[in-house]
Design a protein around this ligand. Structure first.
Ligand code: FAD
Length: 406
């Protein structure tokens, strides 16, 4: 029978809420997890471009950013990546390292991870109630009261808020996810889209679609490099996305920025220079774009020719020395004005959230409201793309579930 007044109510059945619920229930606490959507863990299922990464073998504090990035360190120590792998294995989902994406359940991805979390909650005796939106929360006297829609007025002994970020509104994100925390006395720093694709201003690139490459990116504000990242990038119709882009998109908070792309992050410029000139020297009678095909993909070579206003049919022997030098310069450091980001609809994370100074990092207890805990993406913590934020969501939920009513 579901408890009429649970010990612990968790609001939000994402990564952090499910983990908090499963951990609290495993301690024998009557635990109720409420989720407004009809399925749990929707964000986890689609995260990491659909791979559903839950962590990363490269997990360390330096992969988290913002003024108070060290806030994450206690949670990472309480549940390191190895321990999380053991936890999921025990719950029925073995995790494997998928290069470029992070630690994923190879059979079923994010859906398998969510199923493991829900199973763990149920096995421990906790309850998950879907289609239940919590519309209000207040602290009166010693108790927290929740207006839980069809579930009525709840008065748990403790409350864990795990309501997520504002990204991907169609998956239950929105700035209203922070209303409950606000109504219980917390400050929410300004919210903006994080881990978001960039729109580039380069009409000559419009025809390049679906091009995946390993790149090194630098973000330039005039002569100043404001951020750098290395990894995979997908170019499609003037939009850049993927790991390398997500990891510097948080710096795209003003106009006038330029993205510098190096298409050969593993090679020294002299090696690329030598490679290009040797290749062109060996294939003088061929059309330039085709001659470049063992160096860069044909669609990109064709776009470069368009940019340099070189005829598509031009042969290598027709290239001037200046044109060869420009080609080399673009391959090593192509500068493209950033026209903006794709915004909330395409963002994979949120920047900003509940001020972390108002939360104890050892317990995830609120410093504002007794009996309240906060976990996951709703906190003002930003991590790199590839399972890092997921891990923090799970680890903070784990700590909150372990410490609530302890
Ligand atoms: C497309 C996509 C890609 C991503 N890629 C990555 C990635 O590569 N790496 C990474 O680290 N992170 C990634 N993320 C972010 C990652 O999904 C989140 O960091 C993580 O899921 C946060 O978990 P959470 O439990 O804190 O919040 P969520 O998973 O958002 O869960 C919060 C839950 O609370 C529910 N809720 C909110 N308010 C209420 C209410 N009032 N009543 C009842 N229920 C409520 C919501 O419906 C939601 O289900 C991605 C996200 C998306 C959408």
């Amino acid at each position: 029978m579901p408890p009429s007044q649970p010990d612990v109510v968790v609001v939000g059945a994402g990564a952090s809420g499910l983990m908090a619920g499963a951990t609290a229930a495993a301690r024998g606490l009557r635990t109720l997890v409420l989720e407004r959507r009809s399925l749990p863990g929707q964000r986890l299922m689609v995260s990491c471009m659909g791979a559903g990464a839950v962590s990363n073998t490269g997990l360390e504090v330096s992969r988290f950013h913002g003024r108070e990035a060290r806030f994450v360190s206690d949670a990472l120590q309480a549940l390191p990546a190895d321990d999380l792998c053991h936890w999921f294995a025990a719950a029925g989902a073995e995790l494997h390292d998928l290069p470029h994406y992070g630690l994923v359940a190879p059979e079923g991805g994010g859906a398998a991870a969510v199923a493991a979390l829900v199973d763990a909650l149920h096995q421990a005796g906790g309850e998950l109630r879907l289609d239940t939106i919590v519309r209000g929360a207040r602290h009166s006297g010693d108790a927290i009261e929740l207006d839980a829609g069809p579930s009525g007025l709840l008065q748990p002994r403790a409350l864990v808020l795990a309501t997520g970020g504002a990204h991907m509104p169609r998956l239950g994100g929105g700035t209203e996810n922070f209303d409950l925390a606000r109504s219980l006395g917390h400050t929410v720093s300004p919210l903006r889209p994080g881990q978001v694709p960039l729109r580039l201003f380069a009409p000559w690139l419009e025809d390049v679609t679906g091009l995946w490459m390993e790149v090194r990116l630098r973000l330039w504000d005039g002569a100043r490099c404001v951020a750098e990242s290395t990894g995979s990038m997908l170019l499609a119709k003037g939009v850049a996305t993927g790991e390398a882009v997500f990891n510097l998109s948080r710096h795209c908070d003003r106009s006038g920025l330029e993205l510098g792309i190096c298409f050969f992050p593993e090679r020294e410029p002299e090696q690329v220079d030598e490679w290009l000139f040797r290749t062109l020297g060996e294939r003088t009678r061929e059309p330039v774009a085709r001659a470049l095909d063992n160096i860069i993909p044909l669609s990109l070579a064709t776009a470069f020719l368009r940019k340099l206003t070189i005829k598509r049919t031009a042969r290598v022997q027709e290239l001037s020395l200046l044109q060869r030098k420009r080609l080399l310069a673009d391959m090593l450091d192509l500068r493209l004005p950033v026209a903006g980001t794709l915004g909330w609809q395409a963002a994979e994370s949120t920047l900003g959230g509940v001020a972390v100074r108002e939360v104890d990092p050892r317990t995830f207890a609120s410093r504002k409201t007794p009996g309240l805990y906060l976990a996951g993406r709703m906190l003002d913590v930003a991590g790199d793309w590839g399972g890092f934020e997921q891990h923090f969501a799970l680890a903070s939920g784990f700590v909150a579930g372990r410490m609530v009513l302890a």
